[in-house]
Design a protein around this ligand. Structure first.
Ligand SMILES: NC(=O)c1ccc[n+]([C@@H]2O[C@H](COP(=O)([O-])OP(=O)(O)OC[C@H]3O[C@@H](n4cnc5c(N)ncnc54)[C@H](OP(=O)(O)O)[C@@H]3O)[C@@H](O)[C@H]2O)c1
Length: 352
């Protein structure tokens, strides 16, 4: 049955607010929510939307607040601290779950057999990663897997000048101590830094591998067991990444992470609308099969935060009109491989 009611949690954060503004501009009426009642009310009053405030301490109280809500777009991250309880609450309340995480361990939890089975029993979709991470790369991955059915290796990447939001910066700090940066033979593993030259669509760029969410999700979308994700990196960044590999245990220390997050709270605000409007992103992928055949796919999208603003609302608009199959989903499995191309500011995916 199509949904009738939906909620944005974390609505006064940088991304939650962008998504609430887009929903309002589209004439939709989500209930806004967050743990701070005053901040939630301020955004809700500005947009003329209903609101409620609750914390994410336990699944039972989350479920009570979701009793009349058919779907939630969860925007309160880092999701390592918030996603498991919210998914549990959604399972209890039979509420479809969407989030904008890019965190590999959060994806792995949401796509575990336990959550997939529970989601099917509850008749809900559990679909993490409906922001820039991973919507366009997931659609490129699905396009490549369908164009080269025997593919055994998948490389993905993106290139664009993007300033980051506070939540993204904090989430990046959390991943500093995490050595998981690729998928090999279907397993998440740590590998030595990979460097290669890639033409994302604006000429060759030296690139290094990053622990981007597709290492998890592209496996569920395509079944391909070897996945690496790249972004452009200058020689000095490559040297710094090699150094980070050596000092990784220190980067994971709680005290250092706490200090870095404090610095982010004081200094990072996220890109302005003018910055977002100026910046586009090139997305690239390459699939290879065991016989050595390989194909490439490219697309351009709007700024990453604009994609993160548009994609969740487009998914909700789909759910307001259509029934969807229950279970753990990736964005491309749920919405199709051309989903990213249908978003304003995106190109078609071209395969060569
Ligand atoms: N997929 C993508 O491409 C993409 C794009 C953008 C953002 N993101 C991710 O989305 C998350 C939010 O980013 P942002 O820039 O919007 O961050 P932000 O401006 O810092 O906002 C974070 C929001 O989450 C809330 N929050 C954090 N921890 C919470 C907790 N334990 N319980 C309840 N609420 C909590 C915050 O509330 P308080 O202020 O009360 O702490 C705030 O409302 C980050 O994890 C970021 O990496 C992903």
């Amino acid at each position: 049955m199509p949904i009738r009611t939906w909620m944005i949690y974390g609505a006064y954060g940088y991304s939650g607010r962008l998504i609430a503004e887009r929903a309002h501009a589209e004439g939709l009426a989500p209930v806004l929510s967050g743990r701070d009642a005053d901040k939630t009310r301020a955004v809700a009053e500005e947009l003329g939307l209903e609101y409620r405030s609750f914390a994410l301490d336990d699944a039972q109280s989350i479920a009570q607040n979701l009793g009349d809500i058919d779907a939630i777009v969860h925007c309160a991250g880092p999701f390592s601290a918030t996603s498991a309880a919210m998914i549990e609450g959604c399972l209890l309340a039979n509420t479809h779950y969407f989030d904008i995480t890019g965190e590999i361990r959060v994806f792995e939890h949401a796509h575990s057999t336990k959550i997939d089975t529970a989601a099917k029993a509850a008749g809900i979709v559990v679909c993490p990663g409906v922001g820039f991470d991973v919507v366009p790369t997931d659609c490129v991955a699905k396009t490549l897997a369908e164009a080269l059915p025997g593919a055994v290796q998948l490389d993905l990447g993106f290139h664009g000048n993007m300033s980051v939001s506070p939540g993204t910066a904090k989430t990046m700090v959390e991943s500093l101590g995490d050595g998981t940066n690729a998928r090999r033979d279907g397993k998440l593993v740590g590998i030595p830094l990979q460097v290669r030259d890639i033409d994302y669509g604006r000429g060759m760029r030296r690139s290094a591998n990053v622990p981007w969410g597709d290492i998890s999700t592209a496996f569920y979308t395509t079944g391909i067991g070897d996945i690496t994700v790249y972004w452009p990196a200058s020689e000095s960044v490559i040297q710094a990444l090699r150094f980070a590999d050596v000092v990784r245990p220190v980067l994971g220390l709680g005290a250092l992470q706490f200090l870095l997050k404090q610095l982010i709270d004081w200094n990072v605000q996220g890109p302005s609308q003018a910055q977002r409007d100026r910046q586009s992103v090139c997305v690239w992928g390459e699939a290879s099969d065991a016989e050595g055949r390989s194909i490439c796919a490219r697309m351009t999208t709007a700024n990453g935060y604009t994609v993160t603003q548009l994609a969740p609302v487009a998914i909700i608009e789909h759910l307001l009109r259509h029934d969807v199959a229950a279970g753990s989903m990736t964005p491309a499995l749920l919405m199709g491989k051309d989903f990213a191309s249908r978003l304003p500011g995106s190109s078609e995916i071209t395969v060569t």
